[in-house]
Design a protein around this ligand. Structure first.
Ligand code: ZN
Length: 321
């Protein structure tokens, strides 16, 4: 079963869910490069069963309006169980988010859409896949996608495959050096001053008493933020040797400082943290401008990524049938 859906005259139609900590975005599309046929969002809340029933009902309604969904894709906040051999595959695992620990995201979808392949990955791996297929990392097989917002997360590809391994990467929780004049202990409940604990939106807000959008362009915190970002991005560059880093999330818009100036500063801090050691012209001006870039899919990165996960699940199922 599974491959008959979406066959026929019409191009296969895909359904997708971007499962975030504050909202679930749903969309359907036959070709994400042409946009979405429909999009809806629901507040995440603390009742997964009710929310997932709403999501399934919306997707089923889309089937009635258009034609059957060929496959589904779910890109979710984590941590997640991604090991297909685990009986807990498809679950959110240890989140402190009320109501969501051990929530099985896939079971309600399997019941509502029997036989349909379902692609499932982290929100950041989904966004990486979307940017790789339709956005800022198009054509690259080795790159990293980072989001700096409420938290910090990273996904990416090595030789064309999404990064998984033991669990999935947790790039936002790498350890950070301490700048001389910095006494801030960080906001991460697990590590204090890891990258997320120092540079996420809430960390910036706790340091300054205001949101990133409200900080004046000459606020000294921008420089400190850029410095820490440079260290973290240098670590990722040394460890993963990406051909590009796509940096998304809300903090990178940098309020009154502006995205272009924020990127100029973090590129410069990245280069200085690397100290000229890595022998690649891509890590120096002017090519550095193409090494560290904002996303091209903007706020659609998550849902387009989830659609790309659906496309891949459909392609895998088609190959095995
Ligand atoms: Zn942490």
């Amino acid at each position: 079963m599974g491959t008959e859906f979406g066959r026929g005259n019409a191009a296969p139609l895909f359904g997708a869910i971007e499962a975030g900590g504050t909202k679930f975005v749903c969309g359907v599309s036959a070709d994400p490069s042409q946009g979405l046929l429909a999009r809806e969002q629901f507040s995440t809340g603390d009742d997964p069963e009710r929310l997932l029933a709403q999501v399934c009902a919306w997707l089923a309604d889309q089937e009635r309006r258009h034609h059957p969904l060929a496959a589904l894709g779910v890109a979710s906040f984590g941590p997640l169980e991604l090991d297909v051999r685990s009986p807990h595959y498809g679950r959110i695992t240890t989140t402190p988010k009320p109501g969501w620990a051990q929530c099985d995201l896939l079971a309600p979808l399997r019941r509502a859409f029997p036989g349909r392949p379902i692609g499932f990955d982290t929100d950041v791996n989904g966004a990486a896949l979307g940017e790789g297929r339709y956005g800022a990392a198009r054509g690259l097989e080795d790159f990293v996608y980072i989001t700096v917002g409420t938290g910090i997360g990273g996904g990416g590809m090595a030789r064309g495959a999404l990064l998984h391994g033991l669990v999935h990467p947790e790039m936002g929780h790498i350890a950070m050096p301490r700048l001389d004049d910095d006494t801030f202990e960080g906001t991460c409940p697990f590590h204090g001053r890891c990258w997320e604990g120092l540079c996420s939106g809430p960390a910036l807000a706790q340091r300054t008493g205001m949101a990133a959008e409200q900080l004046a362009p000459d606020h000294p915190e921008w420089d400190r933020l850029a410095r820490y970002m440079g260290y973290a991005l240098a670590t990722l560059t040394c460890v993963l040797s990406p051909r590009r880093i796509v940096l998304g999330g809300s903090v990178r818009k940098a309020g009154a400082l502006g995205e272009a100036e924020f990127f100029r500063r973090i590129r410069s801090e990245l280069a200085s943290a690397l100290g000229g050691y890595i022998a690649s012209p891509h890590l120096r001006a002017p090519l550095l401008d193409e090494f560290l870039v904002p996303p091209k899919l903007g706020d659609n990165a998550g849902i387009v990524g989830a659609l790309a996960l659906a496309q891949d699940a459909y392609a895998r199922a088609s190959r095995t049938h």
